[in-house]
Design a protein around this ligand. Structure first.
Ligand code: TXA
Ligand code: MG
Length: 339
C-alpha cells in the first residue's frame, strides 16, 4: 500500500478513505493520531495491526462536538460539562461509562468505558465532520516508539501500512493529552498532559492523580501505562541538575560511541564540539522542551552510531509533570550519575 500525504485542501479525499474503512493519520495540537472510523470494527482492527499495539489497550474516540459524546455515554455529570466547556477543544481526554454496545470491544479493549477527546485542530475537526463518524486515534507511532509530532514521523513508522496522512505541520504541544477518568465517583488523572491538575481543580475542585505503578500481570486503569513506551534503541539518561551537565559532557566525550545531548539552548551554547557528540536544542523552558522532546528522541534514534542519549530534566509540576512522565518512560527511569 502506498501511503499518501494529504494537504489541507485534500481533507475530503482523506475523509473518503476513512468512510471506506481505511486508516488516515491526523494532526492534533498534541501529537498525530492514527484515525479510523470508530463505528467500523474491521477498520479499528487495522489500527492495532498497523501499530503493533496490544489488543487490551483501548483507544481514544475523537469527536468534533460535545453533543456526539452524549450519543454514546450513560451520562455526563455537571462537572464533566464544566470541564468540556472550559477545555474542549483541547488537550483533556475524559473517560465515561458507555451505553451497552456503544462501541465494539476492539475500541474499548473490553472495558465498559471509553475515552473521549475533542482535539484543537481545525483540519482534524473538518476531517471528522466530513467523514461523518467519530475517529479512534491512538498516537500514530509504532507501538513502543515516541509519539509522532510531524507527518514525517508518522511516515517513518507507518509508511506502507496506512492509506494516508493529513499533514498540518509540527504539533504545538508535543506531549499527549491529559487522561481524566470521569467514570467513577472521584475523578482521577490517569495520564498527565498539557491540561494540568491545577487547571482542572480550578474548575471542579480537588482530584486525585494515579501514581500507582502497574505490575506486569495486573490490569491497570489506563491499560497503556503498563507497556514500554517512548523508547529509542539507544539508552536514555535523565540529567537532573544544571550542575550535572559538565560531568555528563565530560563522560560523554570519553565514550567510544556517539552520544546525543538534548537540553535547553542555554546549556548547549558553551559546549565545545567533539566528534562523538551531537546536540539537539530543547529551546527555552518546559513548553518548548515538551514540544521538542519526541522529535529529538526520534532524530537520534535514526542514527545507529548514537548509543546513549542524555536529556535535561525539568521540575515535575504543571506541564513539567507530563514532560517528566514521558522522559522517565523513555529512559526506563535511568538517571545520569557518576559512581
Ligand atoms: O493526545 C492524545 O491523547 C493522542 C492524540 C492522537 O489524540 N492520543 C493518544 O492515544 O495518546 P494513545 O492511544 O496513544 O493513548 C491513550 C491512553 C492509553 O494509555 C490508554 O490505555 C488510555 O489512554 N485509555 C484509553 N481508553 C481508556 C479507557 N476506557 N480507560 C482507561 N484508559 C484508557
Ligand atoms: Mg500512544
Amino acid at each position: 500500500m502506498e501511503t499518501k500525504i494529504f494537504k489541507l485542501a485534500q481533507i475530503n479525499e482523506a475523509a473518503n478513505l476513512i468512510k471506506a474503512g481505511e486508516l488516515v493519520a491526523f494532526p492534533t495540537e498534541t501529537v498525530y493520531g492514527l484515525g479510523a472510523d470508530a463505528t467500523n470494527e474491521q477498520a479499528v482492527k487495522k489500527v492495532y495491526a498497523a501499530k503493533g499495539r496490544p489488543s487490551d489497550n483501548p483507544l481514544i474516540v475523537h469527536v468534533a462536538s460535545t453533543e456526539t459524546v452524549a450519543n454514546y455515554v450513560q451520562s455526563i455529570s455537571p462537572n464533566a460539562k464544566k470541564l468540556m466547556s472550559q477545555f474542549w477543544p483541547g488537550s483533556l481526554t475524559m473517560i465515561f461509562n458507555l451505553k451497552p454496545n456503544a462501541f465494539s470491544k476492539t475500541v474499548t479493549g473490553g472495558l465498559n468505558t471509553a475515552a473521549f477527546r475533542f482535539p484543537d485542530n481545525q483540519a482534524t475537526l473538518d476531517l471528522i465532520n466530513a467523514a461523518g463518524c467519530p475517529l479512534v486515534g491512538p498516537s500514530a507511532n509504532t507501538s513502543g516508539k515516541p509519539s509522532p509530532t510531524t507527518a514525517q514521523h508518522v511516515y517513518h513508522d507507518l509508511n506502507g501500512k496506512i492509506a494516508g496522512i493529513l499533514d498540518d505541520g509540527p504539533t504545538r504541544v508535543g506531549v499527549e493529552s491529559t487522561v481524566l477518568d470521569m467514570s467513577t465517583d472521584e475523578p482521577v488523572i490517569l495520564r498527565p498532559g498539557a491540561v494540568t491538575k491545577a487547571q482542572i481543580e480550578a474548575v471542579i475542585g480537588s482530584i486525585e492523580t494515579n501514581h500507582h505503578q502497574v505490575g506486569k500481570n495486573e490490569t491497570p486503569k489506563a491499560p497503556g501505562m503498563k507497556y514500554k513506551h517512548y523508547a529509542p534503541k539507544a539508552q536514555v539518561y535523565i540529567v537532573d541538575q544544571d550542575d550535572d551537565w559538565s560531568a555528563a559532557i565530560k563522560w560523554a566525550k570519553e565514550q567510544p560511541f556517539g552520544v546525543g545531548i538534548m537540553a535547553e539552548k542555554r546549556l548547549l551554547t558553551d559546549l565545545k564540539p567533539a566528534d562523538n557528540l551531537q546536540t539537539f536544542s530543547l529551546g527555552a523552558g518546559v513548553e518548548d522542551a515538551s514540544a521538542q522532546l519526541f522529535a529529538g528522541l526520534r532524530q537520534f534514534d535514526n542514527q545507529a552510531t548514537i548509543k546513549t542519549i542524555l536529556v535535561q530534566a525539568f521540575a515535575a509540576e504543571g506541564l513539567g509533570l507530563a514532560y517528566m512522565n514521558r522522559l522517565n518512560k523513555s529512559a526506563g527511569g535511568e538517571h545520569f550519575k557518576l559512581d
